[in-house]
Design a protein around this ligand. Structure first.
Ligand SMILES: Cc1cc2nc3c(=O)[nH]c(=O)nc-3n(C[C@H](O)[C@H](O)[C@H](O)COP(=O)(O)OP(=O)(O)OC[C@H]3O[C@@H](n4cnc5c(N)ncnc54)[C@H](O)[C@@H]3O)c2cc1C
Length: 538
């Protein structure tokens, strides 16, 4: 383990304090002992962690806070591939980056969102996450620059051995844990989805994907074309318009776009009168019901919802604006994520002429911009391809159970957080029809209940088994967006009945998760394997 040679080390710790020793009291992006691999002791004979959380985004930090609150005796750590926490909210740096969920439901149920803004920018969300991490002592237990590459479950020992690449010192290491929690989001961090356009090599301007926004990119006075119609495009367009000469949004298919107030006056009033936690809880409840009401309306009365959205769009746009050309999607509302725009900023820019919108297929890029199939030319100095994400299950981590590789696409999801046949493993995929975190919070609460139940009954291993008689299956996410559909075949599937079904209703999930039975006939619980006990005792 010397010089520049790729090093190999095996690490484990007895207590959270042990793991904190390696990461605590150091700047957020550094690991104490950087470059000093010898500081890590070897694994053999050491006690494994109770839980290893992979990913320090809103889900991983949330999971750690829940564990701290509800299972304070458990030992755990977070390993994070990047050098900072925040996940999505740190990765994306394009102008105007913000949530499209309200923060009353995107925030954690245990930590009030204090800002007046209901829709918040990445910086505010990051501040909130850092605050939560500090309040619960999570920040000292995050190991940055630790990318999990693979994890192997050994039934004889009842343990995961997790293989990690440390990018800061280019070294491999291993950690052992009883439970593995994949809080790694749902998309590929390295590469956004970027279709190839005919003639793009001829384009003389700058070509940018929002996932890789160049630092300090100067676009004042430039003509910008933004390709795409999703949440990123409608966020970027008004933000770019503040400095650009002109912004043209180029979309093949329209999306439903709905203005929402960036500040919620009622929620702010409630919070000024009531104790902080109560005010937050009431505002959160109201947003949950509101989201449910809007989603339900779209599902049950799609034509009424379509007319309502069209009516609202009309109010924001000039009388002669062709709403039916640019804001009338061929699918029903909420079969793809509905885009929200705070205070109608996007529509205001369209109305004042700093932004224009073109709907039609792209024929090719030219030296000076984009040519649409209709022959229309769009002059541009900069083209932004807001064409979406590449989905990736479990951050590309390869799982093995007793030497056999787990193929996620052959697996069935149990209660939205475990995979059949994969012991002591769970993962966090949130809602796509409302705030992601609402679901992740429920999953974490269920997991804490399960851990307690297992402890009470003297069990250490939990595995769920697929129904014997077979079960009808369908894709994990019932979501029509192109980027989701393109990659869903690599994800596990859901069944057609509970507990194998992914429900997308917070109210019914909350009932099941908080008050429903913890164990299930599909669940096999067992004590720690005796061989493992022998080994640990040695
Ligand atoms: C631009 C954008 C805006 C969004 N806005 C909203 C919104 O308003 N509301 C909403 O509900 N959802 C939104 N989403 C979806 C969003 O991703 C989730 O809501 C949420 O932020 C996901 O949090 P997470 O912690 O689960 O995952 P992420 O934020 O993706 O974090 C995952 C973390 O895991 C780490 N990781 C990944 N693989 C590994 C590995 N192998 N080893 C170690 N670490 C690893 C990553 O580096 C990252 O830090 C948005 C998504 C995008 C891209």
């Amino acid at each position: 383990m010397e010089g520049n040679a790729r090093k190999s080390a095996i690490l484990s710790e007895h207590r959270p304090a042990g793991i904190a020793r390696c990461a605590a009291a150091s700047p957020q992006h550094r690991n104490e002992g950087e470059g000093e691999l010898n500081a890590f002791r070897t694994i053999e004979g050491d006690a494994p962690l109770d839980m290893l959380i992979v990913g320090a985004g809103i889900s991983g930090i949330g999971a750690a806070c829940y564990l701290t609150r509800e299972q304070p005796d458990k030992t755990w750590a977070i390993v994070e591939a990047r050098e900072r926490l925040g996940g999505t909210w740190d990765l994306f740096r394009y102008p105007g980056i913000r949530s499209d969920s309200d923060l009353f439901t995107f925030g954690y149920d245990f930590k009030p969102w204090k800002s007046k803004k209901a829709i918040a920018g990445a910086r505010e969300i990051l501040d909130y996450l850092r605050e939560a991490a500090a309040e619960y002592g999570v920040d000292s237990k995050i190991r940055y620059n630790h990318r999990v590459v693979a994890a192997e479950w050994d039934s004889a020992k009842g343990l995961w051995t997790v293989s990690i690449h440390r990018s800061d010192i280019d070294a491999e290491m291993r950690l052992r844990c009883r439970w593995l929690f994949g809080a790694v989001g749902y998309y590929d961090y390295d590469q956004g989805y970027r279709p190839r356009f005919e003639g793009e090599e001829n384009f003389r301007g700058a070509l940018i994907h929002p996932q890789h926004w160049p630092e300090d990119f100067e676009y004042a006075g430039k003509r910008i074309a933004v390709i795409g119609s999703g949440a990123t495009a409608v966020t970027l367009v008004p933000a770019l318009a503040e400095k650009a000469a002109h912004v043209t949004q180029v979309q093949r298919t329209p999306t439903y776009v709905l203005p929402v107030p960036s500040e919620d006056k009622l929620a702010n009033l409630l919070r000024s009168w009531l104790p902080e936690k109560l005010g937050y809880a009431i505002a959160r409840r109201r947003y949950i019901l509101q989201q449910r009401w809007i989603y339900g309306l779209c599902q049950r009365y799609p034509e009424t919802a379509r007319r309502l959205i069209r009516w609202v769009n009309r109010k924001y746009l000039p009388d002669d604006f062709p709403v039916d050309v640019h804001f009338n999607p061929p699918y029903k509302p909420w079969t793809q994520r509905l885009c929200v725009v705070p205070d109608g900023d996007f529509f205001k820019e369209l109305a004042n002429g700093r932004v224009s919108i073109v709907t039609g297929a792209i024929d090719r890029f030219t030296e000076t911009g984009i040519r649409i199939a209709s022959g229309q030319e769009i002059a541009a100095d900069v083209i932004v391809t807001a064409t979406g994400l590449n989905l990736k299950f479990l951050g590309g981590i390869e799982l093995r159970v007793d030497g056999v590789r787990v193929n996620p696409s052959e697996k069935l999801v149990f209660k939205g957080l475990m995979l059949d046949g994969v012991p002591n493993f769970c993962f966090a995929v949130g809602y796509t029809n409302s705030s992601w975190t609402l679901k992740v919070g429920l999953l974490c609460q269920y997991l804490c209940r399960l851990l307690k139940e297992m402890d009470d009954r003297g069990h250490a291993v939990c595995v769920v088994e697929r129904p014997k008689g077979g079960i009808g299956t369908r894709p994990l996410l019932d979501f029509g967006a192109g980027y989701v559909q393109r990659s869903l075949h690599m994800f596990p599937r859901q069944g057609d009945s509970y507990p194998w079904q992914m429900t997308f209703s917070y109210v019914s999930d909350a009932r099941l998760v908080r008050r429903g039975p913890i164990t299930d006939p599909a669940m096999r619980l067992s004590p720690a394997p005796s061989s493992a006990e022998r080994q640990l005792a040695a």
